[in-house]
Design a protein around this ligand. Structure first.
Ligand code: SF4
Length: 725
């Protein structure tokens, strides 16, 4: 198989790569263990040459070299039934089985019977080949990724308001803003290097930088804030409307910008007029004075930067809340200039790359849409498939894939580089649905994940570090990640697995790549002229000149990619005047979405709201971080945060076990009585799955109600009751 075993050994220095954890995308330098060392861990430190992180790393990045060899899946394994043990098989047998079952599913159910659920852990090349195989060769748009659970509301929000996906800001804006609003993001723990950059500047310039945090918890992020608005869960959009109301009263709107560059202002103003400070403060559970303070700082600031992540996105009104943030930036002209803009922080290391290559069920490469006939035709031609090969309807988003399995409509569900049996909501329902699927395939670098328990066929995947390809971080910066060690056993890169399968299914010409560099070259060619234009990049250029920001059109000089979108001078989207947006009219759209609140509000039977989140030292479902002693010592078990008032009224004691029950099930966790959480709300980390010695499947309790635009489930809030054990 071409390139599947390629390894670029560090020759005259360390290997360089992007950190494979969060979307900050810090640069890493990795050095191999000494040949005679007993410890096979690679040495890891920050890459001072990486422009996004300048040598900084957090504890996860600093310890990732300790995780490379742990708990690896090394051979294909198969079992016909879930009650049987796995038996090792060869790749030949695995591919023969896949070809056979894919053909049988196509004959019986058509392309709609096939689905892939991929991951922001993919390199862009993995994403690209998987999409080409399923959407192009097999005619099914049922390719979705775990980004659906993470930031699809940001994608939908940018697209709906600005005309295209693509964060318009860059990390340098952290150094230039004088007001940073962190809403629905625990940046200190989830994007630590960015938060440290903010704190460092705050210590230096003091009141010249205001930090405002909007979060029901007094997180480590809130500890560093000038103002913490501990709103009730589900009231973010109402808060944003309240800020808009006050900006109107303060006459702080940029009327020339509104007139020249936006549409829909009248309806938005009418909505905001309804959201008086008193009404907003009562609903959000905050003081009117605090709301006024935020609005006043916004009105006075030369540069306002909003940062958000899953606290906004994981909501049934996630897209509307993103629009609410963007609305405020548009009406105050706080976009398209240094130190200003609505900036979504991505969770996964290559969620951004996944968006670029069309890694969701409604997308095609180059920020294209499957619903657009011209876009489909462009891809069919580029990929070398006949006209009409790509289906015209969006495929199934991941929760829709679960529902399709419930109805017996999927013949094959292929999960790659993710662990949905921990990360999905309503896990008991997911487990039951998946058990109905005749063939569940899992390509995975790690052995024994919770998802392996529901799989029939396991395919050992090379992880980051063992394959070469690119990742894009939150500020649109593309980093070439070198392969610097051999994959263990028979593990292969995901892109090579999908390409081999494509050839065996008869698409020899379309999937005959000699290297991942060739895959990348094919991908970037179709981005020319798009907002996410990467057509001037190549593996060779990235290796020689380091990470680059897009847009980076053919002929762009290294280092001359565009830091910000929609600026007064911007050539993107190709426009004769500045601040032009890629909508039909060239204007950004203001949306007047009325706040809805939680899909499952608290009630007499379930009087508390459970919200879930992350710890600094752990990553998602802990397939890697559970093997780093330092991190486990830091976070040995999941703790249920309960406010002292709720602890008293529910008879809970600090350090003792409590039982938490939602409409979907119960679990037990140790109580941590803390004033960090607002009364009426309890918190659990989402990292622990069912296979740990201290299992605590927080997402099992969460519901699947999703945003109508983004189809992102409301994983951040569910009604629960709690009692002592
Ligand atoms: S901040 Fe994110 S990308 Fe940077 S080292 Fe930490 S986990 Fe890795």
């Amino acid at each position: 198989m071409p390139d599947s075993r390629t390894v670029v050994a560090p020759a005259d220095g360390p290997a360089r790569a992007q950190c494979p954890y969060c979307g900050v995308g810090c640069g890493l330098e990795l050095r191999p263990p000494a040949p005679d060392a007993h410890n096979p861990s690679w040495g890891t430190r920050g890459d001072r040459h990486h422009p996004s992180s300048l040598g900084q790393v957090c504890i996860k990045g600093a310890t990732v070299g300790e995780t490379l060899h742990h708990n690896r899946l090394t051979t294909p394994q198969w079992r016909a039934r879930l009650d049987q043990p796995f038996a090792a098989i060869s790749w030949e047998q695995a591919f023969a089985l896949l070809v056979d079952r894919i053909k049988a599913t196509l004959a019986r159910q058509g392309p709609a019977g096939l689905a892939i659920y991929g991951s922001g852990q993919f390199l862009s090349e993995d994403y690209y080949v998987a999409n080409k195989l399923l959407k192009g060769a097999l005619g099914s748009n049922n390719f979705d990724a775990n980004s659906r659970l993470c930031m699809s509301s940001a994608v939908a929000g940018y697209t709906r308001s600005l005309g295209s996906d693509g964060p318009p800001c860059c990390y340098d804006d952290l150094d230039l803003a004088d007001l940073v609003v962190l809403i629905g993001t625990n940046t200190a723990e989830c994007h630590p290097v960015l938060f440290q950059r903010l704190l460092k500047r705050k210590r230096k310039v003091k009141e010249a930088l205001r930090l405002v945090v909007v979060d029901p918890r007094h997180t480590p992020t809130a500890e560093g804030a000038d103002l913490h608005l501990a709103i009730r869960p589900g009231t973010d959009l109402a808060l944003l409307c309240g800020v808009g109301h006050l900006l109107l009263e303060l006459q702080a709107l940029d009327q020339p910008f509104i007139a020249a560059h936006t549409e829909g202002y009248g309806a938005l103003e009418a909505l905001w007029r309804q959201w008086t400070p008193r009404r907003v403060a009562d609903l959000c559970g905050i003081a009117v004075a605090d709301l006024q303070q935020l609005a006043l700082w916004w009105a006075e600031a030369a540069g306002v930067l909003s940062l958000w992540s899953m606290g906004v996105n994981q909501s049934r009104e996630g897209t509307a809340t993103v629009a609410g943030i963007i609305n405020l930036h548009l009406v105050s002209g706080q976009i398209g200039r240094p130190g200003a803009g609505p900036f979504s922080l991505t969770g996964q290391p290559n969620a951004m790359g996944g968006r670029e290559v069309g890694g969701l069920a409604h997308l095609l490469p180059g920020y294209r849409s499957v619903a657009n006939p011209q876009h489909r035709a462009e891809l069919e031609q580029h990929w070398g498939f006949t006209a009409g090969s790509i289906a015209s309807e969006p495929g199934l988003a991941v929760w829709e894939q679960i529902e399709a399995m419930e109805r017996g409509e999927l013949g094959l569900w292929w999960v790659a580089a993710t662990n949905p049996l921990v990360s999905m909501p309503s896990l008991d329902r997911v487990r039951a649905a998946v058990a109905r699927c005749p063939l569940v395939v899992l390509s995975e670098a790690y052995a024994g994940t919770e998802t392996a328990a529901v799989a029939h066929l396991l395919l050992p995947a090379a992880q980051w570090s063992e394959k070469c390809g690119v990742m894009t971080n939150s500020e649109r910066r593309v980093t070439l990640c070198q392969a610097f060690r051999q994959p263990p056993g028979e593990a292969r890169p995901d892109w090579a697995i999908f390409a081999e399968l494509g050839r065996r299914l008869g698409f020899v010409e379309q999937f005959s790549y000699d290297s991942s560099a060739e895959v990348f070259a094919e991908f970037i060619a179709i981005t020319a002229g798009r907002l996410c234009d990467l057509s001037g990049l190549s593996h060779a250029l990235l290796a020689q000149h380091g990470p680059q920001q897009w847009p980076f059109a053919l002929g762009t000089a290294p280092g001359a990619g565009q830091a910000r979108l929609y600026t007064a001078e911007a050539p993107y989207p190709r426009a004769p005047v500045g601040h032009r947006f890629p909508t039909a009219t060239g204007r950004a759209r203001l949306w007047a979405d009325p706040p809805l609140g939680l899909a499952e509000p608290p009630c007499d039977a379930y009087p508390l709201v459970l919200t879930v989140g992350r710890y600094l030292g752990h990553w998602h479902t802990m397939t890697r971080t559970a093997h780093v002693a330092r991190l486990v010592k830091q976070h040995p078990e999941p703790l249920l945060e309960v406010h002292p008032l709720d602890a008293e009224s529910h008879g809970l004691c600090n350090g003792e076990l409590a039982e938490l029950t939602s409409r979907r099930g119960s679990l037990r966790a140790r109580v941590q009585v803390s004033e960090r959480i607002r009364p009426g709300t309890v918190f659990l980390p989402m990292h622990w799955g069912g296979s740990h010695t201290n299992p605590c499947e927080a997402n099992r309790l969460m519901h699947e109600e999703a945003c109508e635009h983004s189809k992102q489930p409301e994983l951040k809030a569910a009604a629960v009751r709690v009692c002592s054990v």
